[in-house]
Design a binder for this molecule. Structure first.
Ligand code: FES
Ligand SMILES: [Fe+2]
Length: 460
C-alpha cells in the first residue's frame, strides 16, 4: 500500500474530517459554518471534490497549436495544460519528479520541453524525462517511468471546454454534464460555427471560501440589493429603465425566468424567456457602452435587416450555466473559481470572441462585434463582480461568529407547487429560490462521503 492509498483508506486520515457527520453539517434547509471555515474540510475537498469529480481546466482555443501550453490548477495541484508535440492535449502536474519544484513558471507559451529551474532535469512536453545533468552520478535507471511527470489520467473536452478528473470511477464527462450540456450547446450555437475563442481574463481574488461563489452562481435573490449601483448605471442613459438586469426590479418570481437544477451539482438560471424573441431583442437590453451608437449605425448601413441579429452577437447572453464545482458561463464570459485556501479564492472571468466561421460576416464586422463584446467584459465583471466579492468576504467575516452556527438556504422550501420536479429528474423553481443550493449541497455531500478512486498516470 502506498502512502497515498493509506491516506485515502477508510477511516480517512485526512485532517479531522473523520470527526464529522456530513448529514449533520449539511441539512435540507441549512449548512453549518464549518464547511466554509474548517481547514480540515477544505483539505478533504481538495481530493473528494477537486480530483473526485470533473473540474474545468481550460479551453482548447487557449492552446491552438502543437507545443502550446498554459498553467492552471486542479484544486491546489499546479498543472501545465499542454498540446504536446503530437497534438495530444495533456494535463501534466507542474511538479518536477526530482525534488518537487514547479517545472514551469510561465502563464503560457510554446515549448517542446520543460527544463526544471532547480537542477536542470529536462522533460519532453509528453511528460517523459528526457535527460538530467551529469547522469553518471546516478546508479539507478532514469528511464524508470516513475521519473516521468505525473499527469491527470482522465481529460475530456466538451465542445472545446476541457475538464479533468483524477477519479477513475467518475462517469464519462458527457454523462456527468447530462442535461446541462443542452444549455452549453445553446450558449455556443448562437455564435457563428457554434464556436468561441477565449481571450484574456479579469482576475479577482477574494478572502472567502470557494463555495460562496458557487452558492451565488444561481442566486437570483440578491441581484436588486447587491447590484443596485450597476443597475442604476446601466439605466442612467436609458429612458425606459429596462436595461441590463432590470427585470429583477419589481417581482422577479412572477416573470418567465427560472432556475433549473439538472443533477450532479449543475444548474442554470435562464433569463432568456424574459426577452422579446426577435432580432435585436438582446441588443435592446444592452446598457450603454462607449462607441455603441457608432457601431450600431455602421452595422445598419452595411447589413441592413441583418444588422440587429449581428448586434445580438455582442449582447450578453442572459443565462448563468453552472457546472459544479468551478465553472460558469454567464453573459459572454467563462467564470472559473479556484480555491486557494479555506478562506481565499480566485474568481477569474475569461472573455470570449466570436470567429467568422462561415465566412459570411467579414473580418471588420467580426472585429467590431468582438470590440463590443469587450465592452461587456468591462461591464458586469468590473462593476458587478465587486459587489458579489464584497458579499463573499463579508460572509467569511460573519461566519467567524462561532456560536451562531447555521446558514439558511430554505427559500422556496415547503411551499406547495413552487418547486417542480420533472420526469427527467430536473428541478425548476422561480428565479429567487434557493433550491439550486440545496441540490448542489446534496452532490457536495455525496462526494464528501464517497471514497474517490484517485490515480495519476505517467508515460511508460
Ligand atoms: S527539483 Fe527539478 S531538477 Fe531538481
Ligand atoms: Fe451577483
Amino acid at each position: 500500500m502506498t502512502i497515498l492509498e493509506k491516506i485515502n483508506a477508510p477511516p480517512t486520515r485526512l485532517g479531522g474530517t473523520a470527526l464529522y457527520d456530513w448529514d449533520e453539517l449539511v441539512q435540507e434547509d441549512r449548512a453549518h459554518r464549518l464547511i466554509y471555515t474548517d481547514p480540515a474540510i477544505f483539505e478533504a475537498e481538495m481530493t473528494h471534490i477537486f480530483g473526485g469529480t470533473w473540474t474545468y481546466l481550460a479551453h482548447e482555443s487557449e492552446i491552438p497549436n502543437d507545443n502550446d501550453f498554459i498553467t492552471r490548477r486542479l484544486g491546489l495541484r499546479p498543472l501545465i495544460i499542454v498540446r504536446d508535440m503530437n497534438g495530444k492535449v495533456r494535463a501534466l502536474y507542474n511538479r518536477c519528479t526530482h525534488r518537487g519544484t514547479t517545472l514551469c513558471r510561465w502563464d503560457k507559451g510554446n515549448t517542446k520541453s520543460f527544463q526544471c529551474p532547480y537542477h536542470g532535469w529536462n522533460f519532453l512536453n509528453t511528460g517523459k524525462l528526457r535527460g538530467v545533468p551529469w547522469p553518471d552520478g546516478y546508479a539507478t535507471d532514469l528511464r524508470d517511468p516513475k521519473y516521468n511527470v505525473a499527469q491527470v489520467p482522465r481529460l475530456e473536452s466538451y465542445r472545446g471546454f476541457i475538464f479533468g478528473t483524477l477519479n477513475m470511477d467518475a462517469l464519462p464527462l458527457t454523462d456527468h454534464l447530462g442535461p446541462i450540456a443542452k444549455y452549453i450547446d445553446e450558449w455556443l450555437d448562437r455564435n457563428p460555427g457554434g464556436k468561441v475563442v477565449v481571450c484574456e481574463a479579469n482576475r479577482f481574488k477574494y478572502k472567502g471560501n470557494w463555495k460562496l461563489a458557487y452558492d451565488n452562481s444561481c442566486d437570483g435573490y440578491h441581484v436588486i440589493y447587491s447590484h443596485r449601483s450597476i443597475l442604476e448605471t446601466e439605466n442612467r442613459f436609458a429612458g425606459d429603465n429596462a436595461k441590463g438586469m432590470a427585470y429583477y426590479r419589481n417581482s422577479p418570481d412572477s416573470l418567465a425566468m427560472y432556475m433549473k437544477y439538472t443533477g450532479h451539482g449543475n444548474h442554470l438560471k435562464d433569463k432568456r424567456p424574459n426577452l422579446e424573441a426577435r432580432p435585436g431583442g438582446l441588443w435592446a437590453l444592452e446598457s450603454a457602452h462607449p462607441g455603441m451608437e457608432h457601431y450600431e449605425e455602421k452595422f445598419r448601413q452595411k447589413f441592413g435587416d441583418r444588422a440587429l441579429s449581428l448586434l445580438d452577437l455582442a449582447g450578453s447572453q442572459p443565462v448563468n450555466i453552472n457546472v459544479f464545482p468551478n465553472f460558469s458561463l454567464l453573459g459572454n464570459h467563462i467564470q472559473v473559481f479556484e480555491p486557494v485556501s479555506v478562506g481565499e479564492t480566485n474568481a477569474i472571468w475569461y472573455g470570449t470572441m466570436i470567429v467568422d466561421a462561415n465566412g459570411d460576416i467579414g473580418e471588420e464586422a467580426v472585429n467590431d462585434i468582438n470590440a463590443l463584446r469587450m465592452r461587456t467584459q468591462e461591464g458586469f465583471p468590473n462593476f458587478g463582480e465587486v459587489d458579489d466579492i464584497a458579499n463573499f468576504e463579508q460572509i467569511q467575516r460573519g461566519l467567524m461568529a462561532i456560536e451562531d452556527e447555521w446558514v439558511y438556504m430554505h427559500r422556496g422550501l415547503g411551499i406547495p407547487g413552487r418547486t417542480k420536479t420533472h420526469p427527467d429528474g430536473s428541478i425548476t423553481a422561480p428565479a429567487t429560490d434557493e433550491a439550486f443550493m440545496r441540490e448542489h449541497f446534496k452532490e457536495w455531500k455525496r462526494l464528501m462521503k464517497a471514497r474517490p478512486n484517485l490515480a495519476v498516470q505517467r508515460e511508460p
